[in-house]
Design a binder for this molecule. Structure first.
Ligand code: DGT
Ligand code: CA
Ligand code: CA
Length: 583
């Protein structure tokens, strides 16, 4: 599948065009094409083979011919030309948090810098501050951004690694003799980022030692289209590096030892160390191969339940295996019944073309329904968020009519609720007065600006929003973007206490770059009695599948159905939003 490659090239072309200040239309065309190819859901090679590239939204004749060129020749001439015009080090400046194409062009054209290092030096020399539109403060922010870029690890977002693992395993499952194929390691524990992928396959076959079967699985693995480089190709373990630079280890096992191997390679290491000491107390030694008694005899475990069972424990879900008290909870029969994706009945945070979303109310509703939901809150951005076409009070009212219209069209099988993602402004006030908020079914409030304010300032803004009786949910409370932007310096204890007191829910935002609240915050919030809302933040119908990442994060924070408001039917949710003290 070459979708990722095509998507990456179009995104890179859009970046270069933006630095060259090409027409906004042209830049957007490439950007959209990149997004649409990434979320295509079927191999682009297939569409190309069937001469159907132009059925992809946003791909016209010109872009189709470029994809065709790539498929036939392995390169796109126009991309090569663009790359020759703008140095790679200049394009890399776009990765600096807070730096967009206009700034990059300014640095390149006026300072003559062609690498991020040159730019950092120029900032340290004070040459950035004197540029038009810049100043001492923006120079400092630039240096902080570059520093953050340097600290960025090469861990991959869960939202990228999970689909990648799914694709690779899907291909391996088709190999002869394969009976199971799943990701272990941090991906199975659903950590927000993964260092490398640890894939496990159980295979069995006619030949006595299974070697031929294992060999054929390994060959298939090393030949997958995602593979850029084979690091190691053995009979029990192979390692490759993908085009995105991610290392993937594959182990092929006998089904009879599947349980111990899966348990071992799922980790975490800290969890495993505890399990081994419990095993020793029972006169057993636990390894990836088996449980072994003191007399040397082995207990083979085909399932993880058998491993945990032999140690006197119930099965512990992978998301909990971080040595954060899960083993004691298991021993005391107090493991939480974790919330599951199937438990969600609605989504409380999605966008439409009324602000910066890509699809209409009706399209979003149908997509949400197709994802198994029965209602969704339209939470478009409000006017003071400058970068998007945020809603004024008048347009918000007009949107309510459109929502009613869409609901009639949907005919009762699905319901859109009227909401807004109301901006919490830098001075702490909200974009709408109370009487406008009072007209909405659900009010979501969020910070998008002033995230670097002092702890006192930024905390008081969030507390103010929580205490507003109309506000039901605080979206992505800390504002962090994984690997890009630190969380605001919030006093989280104060935030959790206020949310618990007022019955305001805090969101677990499902967008893979956010996952905010994060796992540790979820855990503490629940301890203090805070309700959670798992929100997709979808800007496109395909965005509802991100809910899986939000649910995973909630599970890592020990959340049960009792902690999540969008497991309720719409009627109960609306009772909650009109609870005493709210409206
Ligand atoms: P990552 O890759 O950094 O996101 O995190 P993990 O947890 O996937 O770690 P990784 O890939 O090094 O190893 C996968 C699992 O294998 C790990 O969670 C537990 C197990 N494991 C690996 N090496 C060791 C080890 O030296 N001791 C123990 N007890 N377990 C290990
Ligand atoms: Ca790993
Ligand atoms: Ca590994």
């Amino acid at each position: 599948m070459r979708n990722q490659e095509v998507s990456r090239i179009f995104a890179a072309m859009a970046d270069i065009l933006a630095i060259k200040s090409a027409s906004v239309h042209r830049i957007r065309t490439y950007r959209r094409a990149s997004e649409n190819v990434a979320s295509l859901g079927r191999p682009i090679d297939e569409l190309w083979g069937a001469d159907q590239l132009d059925t992809i939204p946003g791909i016209g004749k010109t872009l189709a011919s470029k994809i065709d060129e790539l498929m036939r020749t392995g390169r796109i001439e126009a991309y090569q030309k663009l790359k020759a015009e703008v140095p790679a080090g200049v394009v890399a400046m776009l990765q600096i948090p807070g730096v967009g194409a206009k700034r990059v062009a300014l640095f390149w054209n006026t300072l003559g810098v062609t690498t991020v290092d040159d730019l950092a030096q120029a900032a340290r020399d004070g040459r950035v501050a004197s540029l038009p539109g810049m100043g001492a403060r923006s120079q400092e922010e630039l240096l902080a951004g570059i520093e953050m870029l340097g600290r960025r690890t090469d861990r991959m977002l869960l939202g990228i690694a999970w689909p990648l693992a799914r694709d690779m395993l899907g291909a391996l499952r088709e190999a002869p003799g394969v009976v199971r194929a799943i990701p272990a390691g941090s991906l199975r524990r659903r950590r927000e980022t993964v260092g490398d992928l640890d894939l496990l396959v159980a295979a069995e076959g006619p030949d006595p030692d299974g070697a031929a079967i294992a060999r054929s699985v390994m060959d298939r693995f090393c030949g997958l289209p995602q593979v850029a480089e084979v690091l190691l190709s053995g009979i029990t373990k192979s390692s490759i590096r993908t085009h995105d630079g991610l290392q993937v280890d594959l182990r092929v096992l006998e089904p009879a030892r599947w349980g111990t191997a899966l348990q071992y390679f799922t980790g975490s290491q800290a969890h495993n160390i505890r399990l081994r000491s419990i095993a020793r107390e029972r006169g057993l030694s636990l390894s990836e191969y088996a449980l072994q008694r003191d007399d040397g005899s082995q207990i083979l475990c085909a399932t993880e339940e058998q491993v945990y069972g032999a140690l006197g424990l119930p099965y512990i879900p992978p998301e909990l295996r971080e040595d954060r008290g899960e083993i004691m909870a298991a021993q005391n029969g107090r493991l939480p019944q974790l919330v599951q994706i199937e438990d969600l009945l609605g989504d409380l945070h999605m966008h439409s073309t009324w602000s910066d979303g890509h699809q209409s109310l009706l399209e979003m509703a149908r997509a949400a329904q197709a994802h198994g939901l029965s209602y969704a809150v339209v939470a478009d951005h409000t006017w003071s968020l400058g970068v998007v076409r945020g809603l004024t009070a008048d347009r918000l009212r007009a949107q309510r009519h459109a929502i009613a219209e869409a609901n009639r069209e949907l005919g009762g099988g699905f319901r859109l609720l009227a909401g807004a993602e109301v901006e919490i402004r830098a001075d702490g006030s909200l974009d709408f007065p109370d009487e406008v908020l009072a007209e909405l079914d659900v009010v979501v409030a969020a910070l998008h600006s002033g995230l670097r304010q002092s702890r006192e300032q930024v905390t008081s803004r969030v507390l103010g929003a929580i205490r507003n009786p109309h506000v039901d949910i605080i979206a992505h409370p800390t504002g962090r973007l994984i690997g890009e932007r630190e969380a605001a310096d919030l006093d989280m204890e104060a935030v959790f206490q206020a949310a618990a007191e007022t019955g305001t829910a805090l969101e677990v935002n499902s967008w893979p770059k956010r996952l905010d609240l994060r796992d540790a915050h979820v855990r503490r919030a629940i301890e203090l009695g805070v309700m959670l809302s798992v929100g997709s933040d979808a800007h496109h119908g395909s965005g509802f599948s991100d809910l899986a990442y939000g649910v995973a994060t909630a599970r890592r924070g020990w959340a049960t159905v009792a902690d999540v408001v969008n497991v309720w039917p719409a009627e109960r949710l609306l009772e909650w939003t009109s609870r005493p003290g709210a409206s």
